[in-house]
Design a protein around this ligand. Sequence first.
Ligand SMILES: *[C@@H]1O[C@H](CO)[C@@H](O)[C@H](O)[C@H]1NC(C)=O
Ligand SMILES: *[C@@H]1O[C@H](CO)[C@@H](O)[C@H](O)[C@H]1NC(C)=O
Ligand SMILES: *[C@@H]1O[C@H](CO)[C@@H](O)[C@H](O)[C@H]1NC(C)=O
Ligand SMILES: *[C@@H]1O[C@H](CO)[C@@H](O)[C@H](O)[C@H]1NC(C)=O
Ligand SMILES: *[C@@H]1O[C@H](CO)[C@@H](O)[C@H](O)[C@H]1NC(C)=O
Ligand SMILES: *[C@@H]1O[C@H](CO)[C@@H](O)[C@H](O)[C@H]1NC(C)=O
Ligand SMILES: *[C@@H]1O[C@H](CO)[C@@H](O)[C@H](O)[C@H]1NC(C)=O
Ligand SMILES: *[C@@H]1O[C@H](CO)[C@@H](O)[C@H](O)[C@H]1NC(C)=O
Ligand SMILES: *[C@@H]1O[C@H](CO)[C@@H](O)[C@H](O)[C@H]1NC(C)=O
Ligand SMILES: *[C@@H]1O[C@H](CO)[C@@H](O)[C@H](O)[C@H]1NC(C)=O
Ligand SMILES: *[C@@H]1O[C@H](CO)[C@@H](O)[C@H](O)[C@H]1NC(C)=O
Length: 497
Amino acid sequence: MSSILLFRWFLFFVILLTSATALLDIPRLSPIGPRIHEDPAEILSESISDDFERFFYNQTLDHFNYKPESYKTFEQRYVINSKYWGGANSTAPILVYFGAEAPLDGDLAVIGFLSDNALRFNALLLYIEHRYYGKSIPFGSREEALKNGSTRGYFNSAQAIADYAEIIIHVKKILHAENSPVIVIGGSYGGMLASWFRLKYPHIALGALASSAPVLYFDDITPHDGYYSIVSKDFREASKTCYRTIKKSWAEIDEIASKPNGLSILSKKFKTCKPLNDSDELKNYLDSMYSGAAQYNKPPTYPVNIICSGIDGSSSTDSGNDTLSKIFAGLFAYRGNKSCYINPPTNVSETRVGWRWQTCSEMVIPIGRGNDTMFPPDPFDLNSYIQDCKDFYGVPPRPHWVTTYYGGHSIKLILQRFGSNIIFSNGLKDPYSSGGVLENLSDTITAVHTVNGSHCLDIVFANKTTDPVWLVEQREVEIKIIEGWINKYYDDLRNQQ
Ligand SMILES: *[C@@H]1O[C@H](CO)[C@@H](O)[C@H](O)[C@H]1NC(C)=O
Ligand SMILES: *[C@@H]1O[C@H](CO)[C@@H](O)[C@H](O)[C@H]1NC(C)=O
Ligand SMILES: *[C@@H]1O[C@H](CO)[C@@H](O)[C@H](O)[C@H]1NC(C)=O
Ligand SMILES: *[C@@H]1O[C@H](CO)[C@@H](O)[C@H](O)[C@H]1NC(C)=O
Ligand SMILES: *[C@@H]1O[C@H](CO)[C@@H](O)[C@H](O)[C@H]1NC(C)=O
Ligand SMILES: *[C@@H]1O[C@H](CO)[C@@H](O)[C@H](O)[C@H]1NC(C)=O
Ligand SMILES: *[C@@H]1O[C@H](CO)[C@@H](O)[C@H](O)[C@H]1NC(C)=O
Ligand SMILES: *[C@@H]1O[C@H](CO)[C@@H](O)[C@H](O)[C@H]1NC(C)=O
Ligand SMILES: *[C@@H]1O[C@H](CO)[C@@H](O)[C@H](O)[C@H]1NC(C)=O
Ligand SMILES: *[C@@H]1O[C@H](CO)[C@@H](O)[C@H](O)[C@H]1NC(C)=O
Ligand SMILES: *[C@@H]1O[C@H](CO)[C@@H](O)[C@H](O)[C@H]1NC(C)=O
């Protein structure tokens, strides 16, 4: 199984939550692109090396109160690679990857930043799975864990980073590595966790690399149309004609759909796996295809270019000349020659189920479509979002909890005097970079971004053949900064002894 396929499985972090139907179909915010494999376990077994040892930690269910039911524990999975570690006696560093809204297996196969730099840092590598995903499920099974409010209630980011704190301390203790500096690393939602962890647990993590972490996409800090503005810009920059074709396609889809027999014409034109019940099914599919392509617009193939080459007719299909034929040609170029498209039979993934809860509780990321994008205008409507979540889960989300608990407003004003040692890395073609930290907040809270980069590129495995110079340079800047933190820490450690 090639790592290209794996990459596409993984890094998803979008929320398109504008209607009750969309709620059931929330794209995600994670470091890997549109999924090809639903079952990451199948991936892992063949792709990770023997250097990785798996463990389980008896994790506290509820870190934050003393009610009897909080004493319960569950087994949380973590993985260690000690092949390159310099050892406790030389206080060699520990690089820790924070799992996010997916089983850890996919990350191990895709996130290369730790392995790629283990030798250079003589580092121990530790990867920790996020609670409620993969093999780290409380209450015995996913069904039980997600069944009702009493069990889902322990599924939140504060509990998750407290889990990470406990496991890091546990691992350092058993390895007698109390003085080894810890660098935490995460991408997308996991990147947010890494940056928040450094702010909450500075005594545990010396620094954090937060890749493509949209920590500012909460409340009204970032304009709600930021995400779709960048998707549109990516397409416009790839090809103006492609952008214009997409922009006018929505009205044409609606027009055909409104005719008698229109849905069956569309179903035929787009070779749907099941007949379309309404035009939204088609439009939502295309919307997430364009968004996913922009978010994961990675070298060497650049999915946005692939779609546009189909739409602009430079790829060879014998389809017609009209707008919708061009759109289909874009779909064909991107997805390949399949027996059918749009609504194929799939099983609902763990990520979809888990992230749906997370976005309907605390991770309320207000993404809307403004009126100057290639999409039909569709502003974010908090009230209907809240209503949809209530209908689904019986409780409203807490849209302002993230900024209450972690901050985000006036971030420069606050963090220039509080906090240090965080890298916020972004690729500006990533629509989520609109909610990222793009300026240096202080000497030690730095923004490292690339003009042509996309979501979490810096933390996936390096590829000597295909990585462009700017990506190699971005990683080098990050590594140098982290080396600086560690060297300074060693100075401090020597001075106190
Ligand atoms: C985890 O905790 C349970 C209950 O306290 C105990 O039975 C089990 O042995 C523990 N497992 C480990 C690996 O410590
Ligand atoms: C590490 O240091 C301790 C105490 O000084 C010593 O007993 C131990 O042998 C050392 N371990 C290694 C691997 O050098
Ligand atoms: C949730 O499910 C558990 C386990 O089946 C049950 O004990 C509990 O009463 C349920 N809670 C609610 C609020 O329904
Ligand atoms: C369309 O609606 C029918 C009946 O409600 C349903 O069985 C079918 O699964 C729907 N098709 C899709 C693609 O959702
Ligand atoms: C396709 O469209 C172009 C430009 O609108 C036109 O010049 C050309 O004749 C069309 N080709 C066909 C086969 O309809
Ligand atoms: C797509 O695949 C089908 C069946 O394998 C084949 O008949 C068709 O020619 C292919 N289409 C293109 C454009 O390659
Ligand atoms: C869905 O899951 C079932 C049971 O694990 C499996 O047999 C089936 O092939 C899966 N379907 C798809 C489309 O992945
Ligand atoms: C687009 O949105 C802006 C700001 O909401 C508004 O002022 C403007 O009138 C809108 N333009 C159109 C064409 O709807
Ligand atoms: C922030 O500072 C680092 C050096 O510490 C530099 O590499 C980077 O380009 C700066 N970022 C911005 C956005 O100016
Ligand atoms: C980004 O990509 C475009 C198109 O390939 C290229 O013209 C431009 O020079 C690149 N910019 C940077 C900073 O690499
Ligand atoms: C690098 O990318 C090329 C082209 O996608 C691929 O064939 C090769 O296997 C990759 N190499 C590594 C080490 O992943």
